[in-house]
Design a protein around this ligand. Structure first.
Ligand code: GLC
Length: 411
């Protein structure tokens, strides 16, 4: 085993927990002591790449074990009583957890639907049909919920797109992509932002978390990365269905994936740039963030468009080129804050991983290699942190944060 894998495994072991027979990994013991949905998808891939496929399976089984009554898989499972963690994270304000979600033990929101893709990758590394049979009915209900409840059927274009009802569902809690939809100015304090998100949770709770009302009246965004992962996840779910002999469902999910693809390209695409759509304000979101590069991951642009994305934006100092690739928000945005910005500037490892994959998909091997080298350099310089300054490499936020392990899957 090489040194990098050993270091990553030590981190994963440090963060590995077992509660009531469920084995899972927490993103950071100090700041995030529960299980998060898309983090667990990353963890499954990291564990699988480190040769721990059985643990990758338990990670996912555990993440999928507390679906909401409507079938949606929630973004946080509180395996332990949150009240025990009085210093828990930025969101520890008592009122957010427990009461506001309207339920106990989990949140009422979800996160980007990387689930089926991660499960399929784990299966492909070490086929285990029993694993797929265990998770398939739960995954199926989750994606069906997104299909049934998270879209606007009456729209003329973009019918198949899925909407998020809170910025947290994007996984990028305070990304400036959502400022106008949330009603915050480009410059504000983290507390002001959190107040708005808490207000939104309360509004959604008052509407009984009924998606159509939430999407229409409070916050509804057809987000580019979320929809690309949804498109990919539906296709993966189709493959999983096929493998376990659910042929009709396999056809259905593949068709759904195609429909999402058509609508992403038909509605969210504006030349080489894809723009998320804010339903309430009826506008496409112009803010430039790392999401501009997600269509590379999804294979949704032509070679010329890919060239434009890479040369005019990624490698351009006006936008994303920095000593350590890649800032999550473009330097040109007034919201850009490389120090205290959280998702408003600092480098995060999951975006780097998605972009790495996208660059490789289009043959930009040297740029991909640069992202890999920068990701490694950040870890070497500042350790496994939640975010990093794109100019100095200084680490911020959570320590012992797992996402850096994704470098194992940059090859
Ligand atoms: C932060 C991130 C989110 C992640 C969570 C746990 O809230 O923005 O994407 O899931 O931490 O790591």
């Amino acid at each position: 085993m090489n040194e990098l894998t050993t270091t990553v495994l030590a981190l994963m072991d440090h963060n590995r927990r077992e509660t009531s027979g469920h084995r899972y990994t927490i993103p950071s013991p100090e700041l995030y002591p529960f299980q998060w949905l898309w983090d667990s998808c990353f963890h499954a891939i990291i564990l699988m790449r480190a040769g721990r496929t059985a643990e990758a399976r338990s990670e996912l089984i555990s993440a999928f074990s507390k679906p909401l009554a409507n079938g949606l898989i929630p973004h946080i499972v509180y395996w332990e009583d949150p009240k025990k963690f009085m210093n828990w994270g930025r969101e520890h304000r008592g009122d957010v957890i427990d009461d506001a979600w309207g339920i106990h033990g989990t949140s009422s929101l979800t996160q980007p639907p990387l689930l089926a893709t991660a499960a399929l990758r784990v299966f492909e590394t070490e086929p285990d049909e029993a694993f797929l049979k265990t998770i398939y009915p739960i995954l199926k209900k989750h994606y069906l919920n997104l299909i049934d409840e998270r879209r606007f059927d009456h729209r003329e274009a973009g019918d198949a797109l899925t909407y998020i009802v809170n910025p947290d569902e994007s996984g990028e809690d305070n990304s400036p992509r959502f400022d106008r939809a949330l009603g915050v100015p480009p410059i504000h304090t983290p507390d002001e932002h959190l107040d708005k998100r808490i207000e939104l949770i309360h509004k959604n709770a008052c509407s009984n978390f009924q998606p159509e009302i939430c999407m229409q009246d409070h916050f509804g965004v057809a987000d580019v990365p979320f929809n690309i992962l949804y498109m990919e996840g539906l296709a993966a779910l189709g493959t999983i269905a096929e493998i376990i002999g659910e042929h009709a469902a396999a056809i259905r999910f593949r068709l759904e994936s195609e429909a999402v693809k058509t609508d992403i390209q038909g509605f969210l695409k504006h030349g080489a740039l894809y723009k998320s759509y804010d339903f309430k304000n009826q506008e496409f979101i112009e803010t430039k963030t790392w999401a501009l590069f997600m269509p590379l991951y999804g294979g949704l642009v032509s070679n010329e468009e890919a060239d434009e994305l890479v040369n005019s934006y990624l490698l351009n100092e006006e936008f994303f080129k920095t000593p350590f690739l890649l800032p999550t928000t473009a330097r040109s945005e007034s919201s850009f804050d490389p120090d205290n910005g959280f998702w408003r500037g600092p480098v995060w490892m999951a975006p780097n991983w998605f972009i790495y994959k996208g660059l490789r998909r289009y043959g930009f091997d040297e740029v991909a290699e640069q992202i890999y080298r920068d990701s490694r350099a950040l870890i070497e310089k500042s350790g496994f942190r939640e975010q990093y300054n794109p100019f100095t490499g200084e680490g911020f936020g959570a320590e012992h944060f797992t996402w850096g392990g994704l470098v194992l899957d940059m090859d």
